[in-house]
Design a binder for this molecule. Sequence first.
Ligand code: NDP
Length: 300
Amino acid sequence: MSANLISGNEISASVNHETAAEAASIAAEYGIQPALAVILVGEDPASQVYVNRKAKKCVELGIRSEKIVLPADTQESELLAVIARLNADPSIHGILVQSPVPKHIDEQKVVLAIDPTKDVDCFHPMNVGRMMLGDFSGFLPCTPWGVITMLQRSGISPAGKKAVVLGRSNIVGKPMAAMLSANNELGNATVATCHSRTKDLEFYTKNADIIVAAIGIPNFLKGDQVSEGAVIIDVGINRIADSAAKNGCRLVGDVDFESVAPKASYITPVPGGVGPMTIAMLMKNTIRACKAAIARGQTK
Ligand code: NDP
């Protein structure tokens, strides 16, 4: 079998197209431009790249972007004050603080400080809880929502399928498992979650119809660990050394594409797979935030 490639570049382009149309129609109808504030604390180069990508995507889609860069030695109280200012600003609809924050700042306090109605990353317990209870009408966690959208738009329904999620992080693995098993048209899979303490991981992967890999180990999942015809979604983004590459490294996923692709029915590439979907869903959450603000009576 040779796998069909699920292109995150193509699917995210169609999602972004819809988002741009929604932003334009909000502007035309209400005179309001959806706006996202992104806060970066410190100078981590990867975080700078992510923040710039998000800001650029906002501009492309007609969303106003406010980028706030704070020095690495910013005190927790100063960051919380910036968040409080943005919470109170009606012209800002979404707020995110780029992770990771410097070690002297308590990330959990930061998550809790963001007004849940502006929590476009869907990290606040109120929004996570709402999603866990099966209400998908509010914010949804960007990466898992991106995966669900890729499946949906590739005509793959999780309903009745055996799905395995590799990884149980709060950002990817846990919400991914919850969305796949949700009692609604996007979910209805029977889901196993594997992690570093899982014994006999192969037992689960070999029996899975759908595997979502999110563990952060380059090329972890091999072809002999998956069944013929499985759908493989690779969330992993790992930088590995490559002397042939211009900058001495390249990106690979958590899936060993070479050995897995010949057995899979569908597979996502890295790069160009889940990555662009995550940003596309962040933009969708920003539109949801803006629409909800308008529904609450916001007029400017
Ligand atoms: P975390 O490091 O937070 O979590 C990794 C998970 O993998 C943990 O649950 C851990 O188990 C599990 N794990 C680690 N080693 C093994 C192993 N040998 N066998 C089974 N499970 C294992 O990572 P994230 O969830 O944040 O990210 C995962 C990957 O996805 C990374 O490559 C990251 O860069 C990428 N990513 C990509 C995004 C995108 O937009 N495409 C967005 C977010 C992340 P335990 O809980 O027991 O420690």
